[in-house]
Design a protein around this ligand. Sequence first.
Ligand code: C2E
Ligand code: MG
Ligand code: MG
Length: 583
Amino acid sequence: MKSSVISGQISNYNNISSYNDFKDDNKNYILIVEDNNINKAILSKILSVYYNVVSAENGKVALQILRSGNFSFSAIMLDLIMPVMDGFTFLHEISLFDEFKSIPIIVTTGNDDRENEKKALELGAWDFVSKPYDAQIILFRLKNAIDRSQLTAFSRLKYLAEFDSLTGICNKEHFLYEVSKLVKSEKPGSFIFVRFDIYRFQLINAFFGIHEGDLLLKYIATFLSDFVKSFTSSICGRMNADVFAFCIPFSDESAVVDMVKHIKKMLKAYPLNFDIVPTFGIYLISDLSVQPDIMLDRAALAAKSIKGNYMVNYAFYNDKMRQEITTEQEITNEMNKALEDHQFTVYFQPKYDLKTRIPCGAEALVRWIHPVKGCVSPGTFIPVFERNGFVTKLDYYVWESVCIAIRKWLDCGKLVHPVSVNVSRVNLYNKDLIRQLCELTDKYNVPKELINLEITESAYTESPEILQQMTEKLKNCGFVIMMDDFGSGYSSLNILKDIDVDVLKIDMRFLSDTHRQQRSENIISSVVGMAKSLGISTIAEGVERKEQADFLASIGCDCVQGFYFARPMPIEQYEPYAEDVAL
Ligand code: C2E
Ligand code: MG
Ligand code: MG
């Protein structure tokens, strides 16, 4: 017996030998498990013409070789009676490993070993060859077994490639392929592509555990398959997580309403102490040249347009939604260069003391002076930057610009009013926030009380704990904290007692309903009163009319900001307001 490449590779195992003169990469590997040296030698000689052969002298060694991962075996020839670990135990042990399930095992037995054959079959053996060995029979049986195993592995792979392993319905790729086949020869507008998910599904996993979440997903898949089967042509699938999609014929919107009702009813019937609410995004397939993955994107856009809206469960896609995405993409593509090229500029909107009606500060508001589009207001790009994270860079840029401006005014000997800057909610998760702000004020030697920080009210309601800690730290550093846009969200006055802010900015724009003016006024005066009693000062923003200013003065509101007094303006225009002339 000559040494070979293979025996070298596995030399760290005892009693392993190889019968190949050369390792041939084109040949499949066979593992012979046999303690009898003569049998082993005969079998190896027969097999090594067509296969690379590795052998082990008992089941234990064979398992070691398999688990080493050094070889990918196409079949195992197994003797039953061996010392240390016999063939039966080996069959049992190997069945515990999923990765070896597809390797066919052919048992070598004595001539009339019926009982052992039965037992081995029970334990998962694929076939038998009996001793004394007949070379041709062995080679045929081995080839058949390998062919069969490859076929099984192939169909399993095909299944895994096309169906979702949890629910058994089509996976995304297969579903999209089926959709393209389904609608190919149909008239435009005769099918809808529906995508839906469960509102706050992650809470189900969090409250009831992943297993409960999985059960719900299986339930959805089952009733969805049943539901789509009621149409002559249809297909459904699971896209990912809790996202499902289906494609069914479209008649009119009332049928869609019925469909939504039906699915909601099915979800309501599910026995879980949770309000399972679906959100449907629908793309009416009016253009057959649109690829199914784009249909899915469009349906997702439609769903996004009603996200968080508890009362509306479905929305049809329209082209405006696509336009928004295009705009978002354009903004994203251009933002870094715009920052480098200083296309972002800070405007200042003066704030006025309501008693004296003279300027007492300003809010810094960013503008994008776009080379083609001109002056773009933050309402267009800040939400995009909040989604892609760029807002933290932009905020830093604005803070630095404000520090530079204040430094310049201080250097001119002015008694400077404080300037407030906006701190995006995204920045609250920025671990460097405090360090960045302190570094800037230190770098430009700007007293911290001249920089006021505006944090929007909705951030307080979204993550009260994080905010509370952050506000406390920022206040300890010496910054003045303002709660911005108070009245725009659903916050209650309660949060005022939990979060320690210095100033409340009440947004008048949310209270412009003239029919309810009296009511609005009552609310504002009680907010101002409550803030006062808590030692919080108040500023009203969005003040557009004299009557508003007079009313605010009458109830003791401290400051105002709004178009009635001054619009946001470039720095050169603001400079005359920057100085505290009253002092
Ligand atoms: P905000 O912080 O509440 O700023 C006040 C907004 O109200 C400004 O809009 C201002 O121009 C507008 N405004 C002021 N007075 C009146 C008025 O009398 N009537 C009306 N209708 N509007 C008035 P702007 O500049 O378009 O900014 C919109 C929002 O964009 C800001 O709301 C703020 O949330 C955000 N933003 C602006 N600059 C920045 C920034 O540098 N960083 C971050 N993170 N957000 C910013
Ligand atoms: Mg603000
Ligand atoms: Mg505001």
